[in-house]
Ligand binder design. Structure first.
Ligand SMILES: Nc1ncnc2c1ncn2[C@@H]1O[C@H](COP(=O)(O)OP(=O)(O)OP(=O)(O)O)[C@@H](O)[C@H]1O
Ligand SMILES: [Mg+2]
Length: 153
């Protein structure tokens, strides 16, 4: 695993960094987005989706009733938010394995640590610092076989 740190200076900067990453990856990839309430995870998903090809503009919001939503970008994105899970269960028990195993998709997971069982070993981890200021240092943990470079934007 290698790590990469990039400082975001604003919500739109976080979105541009996410869009840049989206344009560099080929599916499948699971991205585990770790950080507290309001740290920028959904903002990141929104930028990631903007970085992909889409027929109609897509509104990214965290799934409210279901645990997951799928955006029909090319490639498609499954957006999972495990915030409301109060006890850890496996992804299989939650019925999420089909999404995680979708070889044609990117899967972005908010609050991944609410469910520790079942993520692929080569997932990309992005950690978001809890910070009230707009300047936030994002830390990416990237599998060794993936060679990417991101720049602050
Ligand atoms: N550099 C930044 N990157 C992302 N968001 C920022 C930044 N600076 C300030 N913000 C603000 O922080 C908030 C991030 O909200 P967001 O919904 O993305 O967080 P979240 O991590 O998904 O929270 P939750 O765990 O509640 O789902 C927004 O209000 C956004 O405007
Ligand atoms: Mg969120």
């Amino acid at each position: 695993m290698s790590t990469l740190q990039i400082t975001s200076t604003s919500p739109s900067s976080t979105k541009r960094i996410a869009a840049q990453l989206a344009s560099l990856l080929k599916p499948p990839y699971v991205l585990l987005l770790e950080g507290d309430l309001g740290s920028g995870k959904t903002t990141f998903v929104s930028g990631f989706v903007e970085g992909l090809q889409q027929a109609d503009p897509i509104q990214v919001q965290s799934p409210t009733f279901a645990l997951a939503r799928t955006y029909e970008t090319i490639p498609r994105v499954h957006h999972i938010d495990l915030y409301r899970l109060h006890k850890a269960s496996s992804l299989a028990e939650l019925g999420l394995l089909d999404l995680i195993d979708d070889t044609k998709a990117f899967v972005l997971v908010e609050w991944p640590n609410n469910c520790n069982v079942g993520y692929p070993a080569h997932a990309i981890r992005v950690s978001f610092p809890s910070n009230i200021s707009a300047k936030r240092k994002l830390k990416f943990t990237i599998p060794d076989d993936l060679n990417i470079n991101l720049s602050a934007q």
